[in-house]
Design a protein around this ligand. Structure first.
Ligand SMILES: [Zn+2]
Length: 60
């Protein structure tokens, strides 16, 4: 699996696209994944994390 957040483990989720004429078709919502460095036990590690996790880490 490639498009997975390495911090929270979330991946794409399903939903529906709704057109102006109200027709519905399936679609997937991808995570906004970014490469970032996190510190684990004093060691820096490069991971792909979703922006939600990056924001959470910044606030701490
Ligand atoms: Zn995440």
């Amino acid at each position: 699996m490639s498009r997975v957040c390495e911090v929270c483990g979330r991946t794409k989720s399903a939903g529906k696209q709704v057109s102006f004429s109200n027709r519905k078709s399936n679609r997937t919502y991808e995570l906004n994944l970014q490469k970032t460095t996190i510190t684990v036990d004093g060691k820096e590690k490069k991971v792909k994390a979703c922006t939600r996790c990056i924001k959470k880490a910044k606030a701490e």
